[in-house]
Design a protein around this ligand. Structure first.
Ligand code: ADP
Length: 238
């Protein structure tokens, strides 16, 4: 469904993605894991067309998406830190995005309920806490019933109840056949959610396969230890 072929990307002299080739398995949750600065967000932004790779191809249902944009209607995206117009209320932001996407909101009431966002709906974005802005962003990623859901550190900054409910929702979406890509620094969360792991170090893929296989290969019982066993001493989690 989503395929990257020999993707390279540099910012100035610094090569961030080094010959990245991968296939995202449809109907599964794929976690992109790696130390800070390893290129996770750059991969996500390349898939979204927000970063243009210097070399290589990105295919969506076997068609190149470089410089295309219509394919994005099938994607819901929750960035690491969203920014919305400060003077709009939450409801106004939802309506604005619905107008821009030319798509009806779908299941929004349930999302608002599970994230406990009801009390915030008529407040202006600038008055919202960071966690509540994250909830708005999570709603937007999920509320247009997209086939592909891309979540960059979805639970960072969320309160425990919202975090648990969002994770439940992510699994529910996978079980309904959606393709999900997420990043997280929380190993227990990745272990709980993911089917597949893409492990990046310094812009290179060092593991691409199932979570189960990674744990088995390493001979470790836990993902955290499996990852640690795969990393050279000079790499560390920040
Ligand atoms: P991760 O998501 O794994 O933390 P990123 O993909 O955000 O890593 O970034 C990888 C590297 O690319 C970092 O060193 C970051 O500073 C650099 N980088 C990302 N975006 C830009 C940009 N727009 N301009 C310059 N450098 C960038």
């Amino acid at each position: 469904m989503i395929e990257l072929k020999n993707i390279e990307k540099s910012f100035g002299k610094y090569q961030v993605l080094k010959n990245i080739s991968l296939n995202i398995e449809p109907g599964k949750i794929t976690a992109i894991v790696g130390p800070n600065g390893s290129g996770k967000t750059t991969i996500i932004k390349s898939i979204l067309g927000l970063v243009q790779p210097d070399k290589g191809e990105i295919l969506f249902n076997n068609k190149s998406v470089i410089k295309e944009y219509l394919y994005r209607k099938d994607i819901g995206y929750m960035p690491q830190a969203a920014s919305f117009p400060d003077n709009l209320t939450v409801n106004e932001v939802f309506n604005m995005i619905s107008d821009i996407r030319m798509q009806q909101m779908n299941g929004n009431a349930e999302l608002i309920n599970i994230l406990n966002l009801q009390p915030e709906l008529n407040k202006k974005i600038r008055t919202l806490s960071g966690g509540n802005k994250q909830k708005v962003s999570a709603c937007i990623a999920l509320m247009f019933n997209p086939k592909i859901i891309i979540l960059d550190e979805p639970t960072a900054g969320l309160d425990p109840a919202a975090s648990a409910n969002l994770k439940k929702k992510i699994v529910e979406q996978r079980d309904a056949g959606k393709t999900i890509i997420l990043t997280s620094h929380i190993m227990a969360e990745i272990e709980e959610l993911s089917d597949n792991i893409l492990f990046l170090i310094e812009g290179k893929i060092v593991y691409d396969g199932s979570l189960k296989n990674l744990v088995e290969l390493s001979g470790q019982a836990k993902l955290e230890n499996a990852i640690a066993a795969m990393m050279n001493k000079e790499f560390r989690w920040d």
